[in-house]
Design a protein around this ligand. Sequence first.
Ligand code: FES
Ligand code: FES
Length: 425
Amino acid sequence: MKTINLTVNGREFAGAPVEPRTQLADFLRDSLDLTGTHLGCEHGVCGACTLLIDGVPARSCITLAVACDGASVTTIEGMDDDDCMRALRAAFSREHALQCGYCTPGMLASARDVVLRMPDASEQDIRFAMSGNLCRCTGYVGIIKAIQSVIAERKAAGLGVVQNPRTELGPVGSGHARCSAAGHAGASIASRPQAVSTVKAAGTAGAAQAPAAPPAVRQSPADAGKPMTTLNQTFTVDFPRDEVWEFFGRLGEVTTCLPGASLLAPATETHVEPKLRIKVGPIVAEFEGAADVERDPANYTGTIFGSARDTRSSSATRGEIRYDLVEEKGGGATRVDVQVGFALTGSLAQFSRSSIVKDIAKRMTDAFAENLRARLSQARTGTPSDGTPAPVPQVSELNAGALVFSVLRDRIAALFRSLFGGRRG
Ligand code: FES
Ligand code: FES
């Protein structure tokens, strides 16, 4: 057990006992009875647990309480008298920006940050800035309208600009001990140590910064500095290995087996320029990039090196995919072993948490395998007389937000099954 000193909603807690593994949200809810901080995913994805640490919005479900030693924490309960929050609460009611209200404390904490930080924000800027807060009920229209109306009100009242707006986004809650009397609700947003984040803020509205250009296509992931997420996936198709190998040589067709993928230009045997459309909550990302492939026919292996970026969400990714084709069922089937290593930066990096990504990757792989089987069957039966292959049914975009929710739903169902399943019958 450790002890920490921190200020919560303006009240000092000296020598508060806490286990080193306790997350800030649990400490606030269980030890201080501040249950206005809600927990949804507990993975840093949904934003329900968002609160302010030293005036900066942070995910309290993935921030250790011990990392907040010396900090000033403001929960939704501590923002009753904050002018901006009062205006936001009224606007949320007026614009029907909540239904069940579960997401609302975190939504309001993020909305306050947007209002104070982005006084000229367009609707698109607000949607982007709020994309880290997910709501299952409202459809976001009321939320965006509420934020727009508060920005307009503040502008009309000459309150558009705050002193000392932060210029960086990224993780908070560690590497500082900046408890200050001005750090609670209503205070201007505190500055933070440099070098905490590598993601630049959008700054004032309309000035969202595009990500740095992605690295050269063939840059080795090991050279690029940021840790890679590595995933292994396997699936089997009931086609001989030579047939699968030959199909994998048609890079364009293989690429478009990915859900939401299309080609920006005709692919060659070794180079492809794809676009991948992904929907995440209220934003739609379109990653555009390029990839090169190296194939080893002797061992039936291939490696694809690629990078892509989405300017709308200021996200970029790079990585490599290695595949091995292994004969099965006496040569009648092929097992495809895929190893993916990638790094994601920008606002969509919140979906990089490994457990969520693994579930999403599994579902993407299943969709890819289905499309691959359909294409291989099509290749066997031949193309129509006009020479154009019939399109394989395919989703037009990958709905990562829906996938995240379905992953969470499946996990909750599994939890209930494990708790109560054994008592039935
Ligand atoms: Fe913290 Fe979902 S509960 S981000
Ligand atoms: Fe229900 Fe947002 S109002 S989750």
